[in-house]
Design a protein around this ligand. Structure first.
Ligand code: AMP
Length: 465
């Protein structure tokens, strides 16, 4: 299948060809015809599937007849409104609209909070056909009367689950009340909770359900492994993986802003190129860190869930969960950073005994058994996986040179609790999709558990009564 078969405007096809896209991704193949026919869509698709082009391309096509070069704002009413949860995501979608529409006379812009509204007011007042916005800032614009949503033909709610998680539901309802009743609605979400289904039920009309991956499933091409490790050994394990396993670049997720900042500082002190991105950082600081990461200047980007939500890093080979998320859906979002658009990737999770319950919740959600891996004394061992980044980059200049200098700085390799060094025993693991089973006792603590086997950590505590 090729993009030609959709009947898209040659100006759009030219822009797609320049991006190097030869064929539509599965979500594009399914969504583009439905959107072009004016139908509503409920898309179960995570980031990395190509969903942005899946809705952007048909929107541009539908706006092709209204293209005009008039300077009058009245000739450029908002016709497509795209709502997203974060500024980064909004910026990326805006970039996609600008890229795919670069040969058309369609105006688009992006509005988000945390920055001065004045420049946005000017652009929005001049008229835009495609408005990409975070909900709160869009409401600010509505209060400023810079925007009128009375001519919106298409509404896109992207990353809808995240918008609900972030408490945008009331804002979304206020915005929807300002839209014409007759319009097309597209809703995309990586996960489908009951709340999302209720939201969809209230907005979409006879939607076509498009699923490109199993619901709540993680990207197929992502290899998922989990290292049992005591909390105070995590820093050393991370350095071991980066130095010795050849991980060239990774997003490292931490659960707190403070933890994120501290980890980045620690890694920098160890000679690694790391930076942190979290909600307390200003927009310009976050963009600067992202740019450095994209250019390869930074190897480890330490991020909180909220800050990383909108990152679009192509072919990101590796995501590391330094701490497991407490909401299993966040795991799906985190590892959506890798294995994008069919590329392979690694998702590595560290879990302390206290975090085991979160790992089991994640497995229950994604219905996949995550392979447990022992980092033997943090020395590279044969049965530890070599990660995709390692296969490409290991023993090549940049990485090796740096790893030598890091070794000299880090002569002390922290000792690992021998409890973690025993090989994983398959038979003692819990069922892939089973609920976390315990005998009612708290999970073993990081200390005082040396006699317990890894199997116990992984579910052996469950006693059949
Ligand atoms: P998305 O899921 O929309 O965030 O897209 C993920 C990545 O896939 C983006 O970096 C896009 O540039 C890329 N992409 C989208 N569509 C295609 C395609 N048909 N062929 C190759 N790459 C694509």
């Amino acid at each position: 299948m090729s993009f030609d078969s959709f009947g898209l405007d040659p100006l759009i096809l030219k822009a797609i060809a320049e991006e190097g896209y030869t064929e539509p991704t599965p979500i594009q193949a399914q969504a583009i015809p439905v959107v072009l026919q004016g139908g509503d869509v409920m898309g179960a698709a995570q980031t990395g599937t190509g969903k942005t082009a899946g809705f952007t391309l048909p929107i541009l096509q539908m706006l092709a007849p209204v293209q005009n070069a008039s300077p009058s704002p009245a000739r450029h009413p908002v016709r497509a409104l795209i709502l997203l949860p974060t500024r980064e995501l909004a910026l990326q979608v805006a970039e996609s609209v600008a890229t795919y529409g670069k040969y058309m006379q369609i105006r688009s812009t992006c509005v988000f909070g945390g920055v001065d509204i004045a420049p946005q007011l000017k652009i929005v007042r001049a008229g835009v056909e495609v408005l990409i916005a975070t909900p709160g800032r869009l409401l600010d614009h509505i209060e400023h009367k810079s925007v009128n949503l009375g001519q919106v033909q298409i509404l896109v709610l992207d990353e809808a689950d995240r918008m609900l998680d972030m408490g945008f539901m009331p804002d979304i309802k206020r915005i929807i009340a300002l839209l014409p009743a007759k319009r097309q609605n597209l809703l995309f979400s990586a996960t489908f909770s009951e709340e999302i289904k209720r939201l969809a039920g209230g907005i979409l009309r006879n939607p076509k359900l498009i699923e490109v991956a199993r619901r709540n499933a993680t990207a197929d091409k992502v290899r998922q492994v989990a290292y049992p490790v005591a909390s105070d050994e995590k820093r050393a394990l991370l350095q071991h993986l980066v130095r010795d396993k050849g991980i060239k670049q990774a997003i490292v997720f931490s659960n707190t802003k403070l933890g994120t900042a501290r980890l980045a500082r620690h890694l920098e002190q160890q000679g690694l190129k790391a930076d942190a991105i979290h909600g307390d950082k200003s927009q310009s600081e976050r963009i600067a860190a992202l740019d450095k990461f994209k250019s390869g200047e930074i190897e480890l980007l330490i991020a909180t869930d909220v800050a990383a939500r909108g990152l679009d890093i192509q072919e990101m080979p590796c995501v590391i969960n330094y701490e497991l998320p407490h909401a299993p859906e966040d795991y799906v979002h985190r590892i959506g950073r890798t294995g994008r658009a069919g590329a392979e990737g690694d998702a590595i999770s560290f879990y302390s005994p206290e975090e085991e319950k979160y790992l089991l919740d994640i497995e229950k959600l994604i219905k996949v058994k995550i392979e447990r891996v022992a980092a033997r004394g943090f020395e590279p061992v044969a049965d530890e996986p070599s990660f995709h980044a390692g296969r490409h980059e290991r023993s090549r200049g940049r990485f090796d040179r740096e790893s030598t200098s890091r070794h000299t700085r880090n002569t002390k390799i922290e000792k690992i609790d021998p409890w973690f060094l025993k090989p994983y025993e398959e038979g003692s693991a819990p069922a892939a999709a089973g609920p976390p089973k315990t005998d009612g006792n708290p999970p073993p603590a990081a200390t005082g558990t040396k006699k317990a086997g890894v199997g116990a950590l992984l579910g052996g505590l469950a006693k059949k009564t």
